[in-house]
Write a protein that binds this ligand. Structure first.
Ligand code: AMP
Length: 310
């Protein structure tokens, strides 16, 4: 038995406590064989795609998958195709051994960590794009990002053969795009979105938060506070989306002066089309650059309800 796992048959009375140690797989072919065998045994497979350097946000997705599935596969792949030429691919934070320990503690069965050339064969030239949802928000400043995401997620679906795949709402646009891709291309995979996990002061957890200097880190929670401020203005009766965006811009100029705007957007939560007025649930999404870090955050805004009392 590998890794000194207890010599106990899986069908024993102790099988509820039975837990294999984390399996690490680097070969797409081996992963697929593992998943074909699991499916043949009637097991449900959940996939959590990640780029590693785990934090509690990643772990929350793994915990959901653990509840749902018999086999939890977490992929750890820093996907070159989703980085632009001037982005942080070569410096992306990583700590494989720590990630493996965290994934194992979260009950993950398989950590899939392939090399780039095992995912992209030489001459790779096939891309999946969802242009209707990729032009605005993060897509505006990262024009090839989402085709890289869609392509690698489609490939991961073929390698891991999951019944379900779990994504974070922190990357709301990514989630909307993946849902559309799955619908349009008939992938038989349930897509689950999970809420944003935050630090105690409200900053959305992100692997890239390690880039922040202490001054930037101290200011960073104001990204989220500004989004909450939007809801306060809406509750006070403000509805016009461009006024709300401009007011938020001014608020950030005051309270997030270390940051530089990438975008502030109020959009329809599914189509991502710009909202003119907040008269229905509306997604407010922001991206700001703080030094080396580009932070994103979002909140679902609720429209102001006028009391029907006389
Ligand atoms: P990444 O490793 O940054 O590509 O993220 C992998 C997955 O974790 C994506 O589905 C993200 O949306 C999700 N994720 C990242 N940060 C958070 C967070 N703070 N809360 C919830 N999910 C997150």
């Amino acid at each position: 038995m590998m890794h000194g796992a207890p010599a106990m048959p899986p069908h024993s009375v102790f099988s509820l406590q039975w837990r294999f140690f984390l399996e690490r797989i680097t070969s797409p072919q081996l992963l697929r064989q593992r998943s074909i065998a699991a499916r043949a045994a009637g097991q449900r497979i959940a996939l959590v795609p990640t780029m590693g350097f785990f934090h509690a946000g990643h772990l929350s997705l793994m915990a959901w998958a653990r509840e749902y599935a018999d086999v939890v596969i977490t992929s750890l792949f820093v996907n070159p195709a989703q980085f632009g030429p001037a982005e942080d691919l070569s410096n992306y934070p990583s700590n494989l051994e720590q990630d493996a320990r965290m994934a194992e503690a979260a009950g993950v069965d398989v950590l899939f960590c392939p090399q780039a050339d095992a995912v992209y064969a030489p001459g790779h030239g096939t891309w999946i794009e969802v242009p209707a949802l990729s032009a605005n928000l993060c897509g505006a400043s990262r024009p090839t990002h989402f085709r890289g995401v869609c392509t690698v997620v489609a490939k991961l679906f073929h390698m891991a053969l999951p019944h379900t795949a779990v994504f974070g709402e922190k990357d709301w646009q990514q989630l909307a795009i993946i849902r559309r891709m799955v619908r349009d291309l008939d992938f038989d995979v349930d897509i689950i979105g999970r809420p944003i996990v935050r630090e105690a002061d409200g900053l959305a957890m992100s692997s890239r938060n390690v880039y922040l200097t202490s001054e930037e880190r101290a200011a960073a929670p104001n990204l989220q506070r500004g989004l909450q401020q939007l809801q306060v203005w809406i509750d006070d009766g403000l509805q016009d989306a461009s006024t709300l965006a401009n007011d938020l811009r001014s608020w950030y100029a005051r309270y997030l002066a270390v940051g530089e705007e990438d975008y502030i957007a109020l959009v329809h939560p599914e189509t991502l089309a710009p909202a003119a007025v907040v008269d229905a649930p509306t997604l407010a999404a922001v991206a700001y650059r703080l030094g080396k870090a580009r932070l994103i955050d979002n909140v679902l805004l609720t429209p102001h309800t006028v009391s029907s009392e006389p």
